[in-house]
Design a protein around this ligand. Structure first.
Ligand SMILES: [Cu+2]
Length: 155
């Protein structure tokens, strides 16, 4: 009896460790980690992007990096799809690898958060009068329409 009571805490501890180990192992298998591109500029963008996923069922982690413009997401594929995660980010205004934000949502972003949109340049100065000679891409547009004030690259 004396021996058993001495050993019991160790047995219990070993059992706890084993359970914890298997539990975390099962958990790690359940969640999928993925990294994809999300446009954005600043810390406010980060809050909005990560915030879009903060209360979402099946999403364990969302971490956007404003330098790499990439988000790391850990999610449970049996609860939520990657496509719906990407749509949720687009819903708060941010274009990403899987979904594009609606123009009106993008337009409501604060000025500092209006990131460069791949498709948006066509609606800028280049599309008005220089449609034929300017491409959608601002850099090549400026090159082709050199001297035209409207198509000069912004700084
Ligand atoms: Cu921002």
């Amino acid at each position: 009896m004396n021996i058993l009571s001495k050993k019991l805490p160790f047995v219990a501890f070993a059992l706890f460790l084993t359970t914890a180990f298997f539990a975390s192992d099962a958990l790690a298998g359940k969640f999928k980690k993925t990294v994809f591109a999300v446009s954005g500029n600043c810390g406010m963008c980060e809050m909005r992007i990560e915030g879009a996923l903060s209360e979402v069922k099946g999403v364990k982690l969302a971490d956007w990096d404003k330098t790499t413009k990439k988000i790391t997401v850990k999610y449970d594929p049996s609860v939520i799809t990657l496509a719906s995660i990407q749509q949720k980010i687009a819903d708060v205004g941010y274009d990403n690898a899987g979904a594009k934000a609606k123009d009106e949502v993008y337009a409501k972003l604060p000025g500092c958060c209006k990131y460069e949109r791949a498709g948006a340049k066509a609606s800028g100065c280049c599309s008005k009068e220089k449609k034929a000679s300017c491409s959608k891409d601002e850099a090549s547009c400026a090159k082709k329409a050199e001297g035209k004030a409207c198509c000069k690259k912004k700084n």
